[in-house]
Write a protein that binds this ligand. Structure first.
Ligand code: SAM
Length: 263
């Protein structure tokens, strides 16, 4: 079957075998590991993962046209799920400690990551995420306070995950070549993280702060709290700072206070 890559589905297939091998090796797969691949495409990374003989191997691919190709190519070595990852209910996989791979469709990569972070089920968990982003998005995920890339994505990603950059990847490793550089990141769940009643509150709070990122924090605090002085005193905040100057931990603490006061 001839595969014509669809731009609308972010189809840039990996073609560089050395890079594919490296990505696969970051997983450090053992025979009993469960694996999920998001957007397997034509199966170029999938092929290498199969060689590591995972216990269970699921792939979730939205493009119906690629489903028959994947079944033909890999037969019963994996379970192919023809779904949109943004709509699929991961608890249906009903197993734990997944290693999740994904050369992600770039237009929805941040949303996929945020959904994975907010996933919290008793019958589904992951122990590693090995995900490819366009470099500019990876830079935002990795950014620290007081830098230009710092923002919502940096704060939300670090809430529950330790993050490490593995490598940058040139456009020539893909077909068709994307216009931008890509970066591969490895995420591992933190053992200790602040528990929120609802993780959407952290999304909301960071949205309020970074919508007005050049303004001083007084304004977003007044939007979020009827009595913002209470929060300022409790966290000893300097009202002359801007959102970029606040540490990630400060946003987590603001979120906790927001949840406490919204009762
Ligand atoms: N993993 C393959 C590779 O590296 O060669 C393909 C990666 S390509 C960048 C992204 C893949 O995600 C495509 O196969 C695309 O069809 C699929 N995809 C796009 N949107 C999706 C969605 N919402 N849910 C699941 N898969 C999606």
């Amino acid at each position: 079957m001839k595969i014509i890559p669809k731009k609308s589905l972010g189809q840039n297939f990996l073609i560089d075998k050395n890079i594919i091998k490296k990505i696969c090796n970051v997983g450090n797969l053992r025979i009993n590991d469960n694996v999920l691949e998001i957007g397997p495409g034509s199966g170029n990374l999938t092929e290498y993962i199969i060689q590591k003989k995972p216990k269970k191997f699921y792939v979730i691919e939205k493009d119906k046209k690629l489903i028959d190709h994947l079944i033909d190519r890999f037969d019963d070595k994996l379970t192919v799920i023809n779904q949109d990852i943004l709509e699929y209910d991961l608890k249906l996989l009903n197993d734990k400690d997944f290693i999740i791979f994904g050369n992600l469709p770039y237009n929805i990569s941040s949303q996929i990551l945020i959904n994975l972070i907010n996933t919290s089920y008793s019958n589904f968990s992951y122990k590693k995420l090995i995900l490819m982003f366009q470099k500019e998005v990876a830079d935002r995920i990795l950014a620290q306070d007081n830098s230009k890339n710092y923002g919502r994505l940096s704060i939300i990603s670090s809430w529950k995950l330790d993050i490490k950059k593995i490598m940058d990847i040139y456009p020539s490793s893909f077909f068709p070549k994307p216009k931008v550089m890509s970066s591969l990141l490895l995420f591992k769940p933190k053992i200790n993280y602040i528990k929120f009643k609802n993780p959407k509150n952290l999304e909301y709070i960071t949205n309020v702060f970074f919508n007005q990122k050049r303004k001083m924090i007084k304004k977003p605090l007044n939007i979020l709290f009827t009595n913002s002085k209470e929060v300022v005193n409790e966290l000893d905040l300097d009202m002359n700072l801007r959102p970029q100057n606040l540490k990630k931990d400060t946003f987590y603490k603001i979120c906790l206070i927001y949840e406490r006061l919204s009762n």
